[in-house]
Design a protein around this ligand. Sequence first.
Ligand SMILES: [Zn+2]
Ligand SMILES: [Zn+2]
Length: 411
Amino acid sequence: MKMKFKFLGGADMVGRMGMTMEGNGMTALIEYGLSPTKPPEYPIPAPRIDYAFLTHAHLDHCGMIPQVCGKNRCDLFTTPLSAEVAEIMMYDTLKIAKAENYIQPYSADDIERTMKAVVPMTYDDEITVDHLDVTMLDAGHIPGAAMFKFDCDVSTIYSGDIHTESQRLVYGAKPCDCTNLFIEGTYGGRNHPPRKETEAAFLAKIEEVIDRGGTVLIPCFAVGRTQEIMLLLRNLDYEMWVDGMGRSVTRLFLDYPEYIKDVKHLKAAKRKFNEVRNTNSRLSAKKGQIIVTTGGMLDGGPVLGYLNYLKDDPKSAVLLVGYQAEDTNGRLLMEQGCVKIDGEVVKVECELQKYDFSAHADHNQIVEFIKACDPDNVIMMHSETRDMFLPDLEDYNVILPETGVEFELDV
Ligand SMILES: [Zn+2]
Ligand SMILES: [Zn+2]
């Protein structure tokens, strides 16, 4: 049968994802996120929805779900871990909106109703909604991240964010035969250096900074990256601190060991790090040797306090381990060597280095994954550089959807 698809956001960019899938009198929403810019940017409004599917708990995929599931009666299919992490992200979105005087995109009641709408699924579970059989697959990106396979006349896979290579925190995603493949292309045109080499260079830099008497500040995203870095550092004998939302996310990860590659290692990492719980321990952390803290793009969270304390010390270093979006402090630091703290632009004298610890498959890994899934139609999304894939995908019917423009597929 034929179904109509429409991206509500995120087709040609990394941010504010959302897609509807409509046919046979049923409309499903797959993801509904926001771009955490200042102020945040939202996808276009969603129509009336019967079912919602969430791949994972990053803000660009989950941040706006309560506006649909809180206001409509509709089931929300996701892993129980993604639901719990998303709940933290949703309340944080309200907190930021309040602090910055933005319009609240939804209410706390909407979040509560959204959590009641969750129908937990786990990898390889199968359910049927209307005429569609739905299977959840492991996406490899962060703990709890899922792809969805929809089976009707043919198979249709929606990847969400994926990594095909094993990381310290999770195993990689496995390809699966399908006819229609919706796939992310964050790294179109770019490939990661080998992870082992990145890890070695990162650890060597840490040793060098500490040997010269400096402190290592590692700004990290709370969901996934904080834990990946803690796992990598867990065998070091330094005074290490972890601060920010990443701490509560680590605890949630440990509540769901089935989504973690090696839960013993994560427990050991958590034990090895001192947790910042109050102002006093934050003072001690400032004098520590390694500080892993949210937020990843230096736009909020405890990281700014640490940076303010360390900024005049050329012996110390800021090691960036994640993506720095435009118009963020992280980008400002990379391009101009300064950051905005409390409205004032200040120069940072610390050494600055950037490392690629991406949780996304790179260009070649995506092409390889597509080949292994052997689809007829490849629908590229979540990418600013998706046309870079075209020369490698000449054997497929490639669709580059635009936000707000409907298209039809046989499903
Ligand atoms: Zn993600
Ligand atoms: Zn994403």
